[in-house]
Design a protein around this ligand. Structure first.
Ligand SMILES: Nc1ncnc2c1ncn2[C@@H]1O[C@H](COP(=O)(O)OP(=O)(O)OP(=O)(O)O)[C@@H](O)[C@H]1O
Length: 260
């Protein structure tokens, strides 16, 4: 009898992306099953963010294919990929800094709500009901991130750590199946980082998510991820459990090379 395995949510087949003569991502193949929390690590310039950019439509792959739920998404526009179920955060936080915390999350809901343009233009009762519901849902998400009491605050007034949390809250509002987090703990202190990682593990369960996480803090990645992929100079040099990755000579060499 064959062992049952979770369905594959994301499959990348020999994806490459070149910038001029530089192959930032070189024939990378990987897969992520539904429900997994996967780490993506590698030294500076390894191609991690470029791979995220391919997965979310910022750039089309130069070659290879990307399948989300068995559907080819390679080269689709970012908003379409977002609608197909992949949402992300950015290494450099990208919030609507002049808007309130609540508005930042509501916008993400609006992008996904099935409001009829007609009812919203005519401001029919249906429109207001939809608006109320979106406000309630946005506040629910903000509560999870302990940001509900700062809903009326301008986003740029939040602490750096809270801006990072707001970015994740906003990504969640899109109702993703796959959440891509690009260094979510960057700039946080160790306590904030630990809290954030616990929160990420919790939202995965609560929202039935699959998560791909870029993170430099090795102990953190090793602590929360089921499996880890390692990139170096655009090439996938290893994948395995945290224990396998920790002892992999190619990985150790890649990181030692960076320190040298
Ligand atoms: N738009 C671009 N144009 C030209 N080169 C680029 C572009 N984006 C990335 N690169 C190059 O591709 C390589 C991989 O960069 P990328 O940002 O993906 O690495 P990374 O692993 O995310 O690095 P870091 O950990 O430092 O953020 C680097 O050499 C980078 O300079």
């Amino acid at each position: 009898m064959t062992q049952s395995r979770a369905a594959v949510l994301l499959e990348v087949k020999e994806a490459s992306r070149a910038f001029g003569g530089l192959k930032a991502v070189s024939e990378v193949s990987l897969h992520i099953d539904q429900g997994e929390l996967i780490g993506l690590i590698g030294p500076n310039g390894a191609g991690k963010t470029t791979l995220f950019n391919l997965l979310t439509g910022v750039y089309p792959p130069s070659s290879g294919s990307i399948l989300l739920n068995n559907e080819s998404i390679g080269g689709m526009k970012p908003y379409r990929i977002n609608h197909k179920g992949a949402a992300r955060t950015f290494q450099n936080i990208r919030l609507f800094t002049a808007m309130t915390v609540l508005e930042n999350v509501k916008i993400a809901f609006h992008q996904h709500a099935r409001h009829s343009l007609f009812s919203s233009m005519l401001r029919l009762p249906k429109h207001f009901q939809g608006e109320e519901e979106i406000t309630r849902k946005a506040m629910d998400i903000l509560s999870i991130f302990n940001l509900a009491d700062q809903g009326d605050e301008i986003a740029s007034n939040l602490s750096y750590g809270n801006q990072r949390r707001l970015e994740i809250a906003r990504a969640l509002a899109a109702g993703p199946k796959l959440l891509l987090l690009d260094e979510p703990a960057a700039g946080m202190n160790p306590n904030e980082t630990r809290d954030l990682m616990n929160l990420i593990a919790w939202i995965r369960e609560e929202f039935d998510l699959t998560i791909l996480l870029i993170e430099h803090d090795m102990s953190l990645v090793m602590g929360v991820c089921n499996r880890i992929y390692v990139l170096d100079r655009g090439i996938l040099i290893a994948d395995g459990t945290p224990a396998e990755i920790r002892n992999n000579p190619k990985v150790i060499e890649a990181y030692l090379g960076q320190e040298a």
